[in-house]
Design a protein around this ligand. Structure first.
Ligand code: XMP
Length: 611
């Protein structure tokens, strides 16, 4: 892929570098991500360069800096957020802390025609801002082409040299006309075209070169990614050089194993062995409460089952075997794929044992440059059945990351409460009442992304008279609360009752019993989505189990339907009242479930999963 004339994204460490790359590819141009320090001499063949956002200030010691030589290559350069600031500084301008930090939707106003970059945007549009610093003095030859209320130089350019920079994020869907801005930049670059069929051809050659005469052993989870990767390896190398193993972890969805086996059999793929290792997984997860520890335990159990089964199958004597994985692009970044990307969480495909194998050249990951939508298109090209390709993404560690584990309730500092300073007397569950909206802080925390970094914060549950029909005010609170109060990264609506609940916490780790309860709830959600004709309209619908209820041993279920294109950003889906009500009523009939919540938060500030 190196030989292609690409648009190169220099990753200054924001969570958005790969999102930019995927947007550029969707616009039909080849894109690649590189470390920001990449020497200009190595970028001579680039069609254009995009400098990504990043969490630091250009004046922070050790903050990432590129090679200023890139500005002498005579190719278009686009700076985004931190990219704008570094470009400004590198070309002799000045960056200072802005009067206010801007985070969220902001009105951008063009100055005149807005230069070549903003040519296709209206005079005013909404963009997603996330910054503290801004350009104060522009480098020579630059002009301001757009402004916002609290950032004078919201967009700048040197039209003669084809240098453009924006303080906002055109790559996120929250920015209106963001796609037009990137499209305009791409049109100025003349990069080599990108298409999924072109990728399939190239990757076939790359797989053959990487595997050489060896065989590939692959864990198939039943999800889209590993099924597509497994099918691709079968096609490229032939079934006699590939062996699949589906490990039943006990953390899979209801009927999943059966469905996967029959779907692959219909494709004529029979080199898949199924191994029930559920007991081993539950033993490994006993007394494990930390999410990172859980991912590690699950990843390592996978490897030990794989080792045991491969020994049983007589596959081990060989240097001749490699490990195949269905890792996709977002999985690699969220572990910190490039040098400056903040560590969000360790993907189970990236635990230490696998990293060691990667270093030794023993892992083949044919989808690691693709985003989910690209994997699906590739799956269709390979002739996989529609229902398999359009299956909702399901995390490799399965229900394991959807069963929240805590040893003790997580309390919140009183000073962090949103409405009024006074802490209520009474129960210790931190419930409060403010105006018409009643709310309570959950005694557990979940992961999120606020600004450019990882957060592990509380969720706030709202209680309303119409529990299955969130009003405009409730949706507004869902945006405002995490934006204004960094103590919270999620807002939920309780769909099972209108009165504030007295939460009763029960310590819990992952057990078969908890997995069975969550599996039953997840099945109800799937059935209801299909009945309502919503399955393919919703991108993903995690169902999460929380270790508290209304009585000792009681638990809660969170419904987390989201819309997304690539899992990098997401919005909560607005479910019809009837569907929400039916899901809630049926889930409450499961023994041990006391409460049901509906997660209203977008990503950012929350993530899709709760861990
Ligand atoms: P988050 O929660 O980071 O999720 O917004 C983004 C996408 O990644 C999936 N996900 C995982 N997939 N192993 C996986 O295979 C994991 O550990 C993992 N964690 C999150 C998540 O389901 C969503 O599609």
């Amino acid at each position: 892929m190196m030989k292609l004339r690409s648009i190169i994204i220099l990753d200054f460490g924001g969570q958005y570098a790969h999102l930019i790359a995927s947007r550029v590819r969707r616009l039909g141009a080849h894109s690649e991500i590189r470390d920001p320090e990449t020497k200009a001499s190595a970028l001579k063949n680039a069609a254009g360069i995009i400098l990504s956002g990043g969490p630091q200030s250009v004046y922070d010691p050790g903050s990432p800096a590129g090679d200023p030589g890139i500005f002498s290559l005579g190719i278009p350069v686009l700076g985004i957020c931190y990219g704008l600031q570094w470009m400004t500084k590198a070309l002799g301008g000045e960056v200072k802390q802005g009067a206010v930090k801007e985070y969220g939707p902001t009105v951008i106003e063009k100055i005149g025609a807005g230069g070549a970059l903003l040519e296709w945007c209206p005079q005013k549009f909404i963009a997603w801002m996330s910054h503290g610093d801004e350009a104060k003095k522009l480098p020579e030859g630059f002009a301001r082409v757009a402004t916002s209320k609290s950032c004078a130089n919201a967009a700048i350019s040197n039209e003669t040299r084809h240098f453009y920079a924006v303080q906002f994020h055109p790559e996120v869907t929250h920015t209106e006309y963001g796609q037009e801005i990137l499209k305009r930049f791409v049109s100025l670059c003349h990069a080599d075209p990108w298409s999924i069929s072109g990728y399939a051809k190239r990757i076939g050659e790359e797989i053959k070169a990487a595997v050489q005469g060896r065989h590939v052993f692959m864990l198939v989870s039943g999800g889209v990614d590993s099924s597509v990767a497994f099918t691709l390896l079968n096609r490229v190398l032939g079934p006699e050089r590939v062996q699949g193993l589906l490990v039943d972890t006990g953390l899979m969805r209801s009927d999943e194993v059966h469905e996967v086996r029959s779907a692959l059999q219909k494709l004529g793929i029979r080199n898949l062995r199924i191994e029930d290792a559920s007991e081993e997984f539950f033993v490994a997860l006993k007394d494990v409460y930390d999410p990172e520890e859980k991912r590690r335990a699950i990843g390592e159990t996978f490897l030990s089952v794989q080792k045991r089964v491969s020994e049983k199958m007589g596959l081990t004597h060989a240097e001749g075997w490699m490990l195949g994985q269905g890792t996709i692009y977002p999985d690699t970044i969220e572990t910190g794929g490039t040098k400056h990307a903040d560590h969000i969480k360790t993907h189970h495909n990236r635990v230490q044992a696998v990293q060691d194998m990667i270093v030794r050249g023993l892992v083949v990951e044919p989808l690691k440059d693709l985003y989910k939508d690209e994997v699906r298109r590739l799956g269709e090209e390979l002739g996989l059945p529609h229902e398999l390709v359009w299956r909702h993404p399901f995390p490799g560690p399965g229900l394991g990351v959807r069963i929240l584990c805590e040893e003790a309730p997580q309390q919140l500092q009183a000073s962090s409460f949103p409405f009024g300073p006074e802490r209520p007397s009474g129960p210790s569950n931190d419930k409060l009442q403010a105006g018409k909206v009643a709310y309570a802080v959950l005694p557990v925390r979940s992961v999120g992304v606020q600004g450019d970094g990882r957060t592990y914060r509380h969720a706030l549950a709202l209680f309303s008279d119409h529990p299955c029909m969130p009003t405009g005010e409730i949706w507004k609170l869902a945006t405002e609360i995490p934006n204004k109060m960094s103590a919270f990264n999620r807002v939920l609506l309780c769909t099972s009752q209108s009165e504030v609940a007295d939460f009763v916490f029960t310590p819990g780790f992952v057990t078969r019993a908890r997995a069975d309860v969550l599996r039953a709830a997840d099945r109800i959600v799937s059935e209801e989505m299909h009945v309502a004709g919503l399955y393919e309209k919703i991108w993903q619908f995690p169902v999460v189990l929380l270790p508290f209820g209304l009585k000792k041993g009681g638990q809660s279920v969170v419904l987390r339907p989201i819309e997304s294109t690539d899992a990098m950003t997401a919005d909560a889906v607005r479910l019809p009242e009837k569907v929400l009500k039916s899901m809630t009523e049926r889930i409450l009939k499961i023994q041990g479930i006391d409460l049901v919540f509906y997660d209203l938060t977008s990503k950012p500030p929350a993530t899709i999963e709760w861990e």
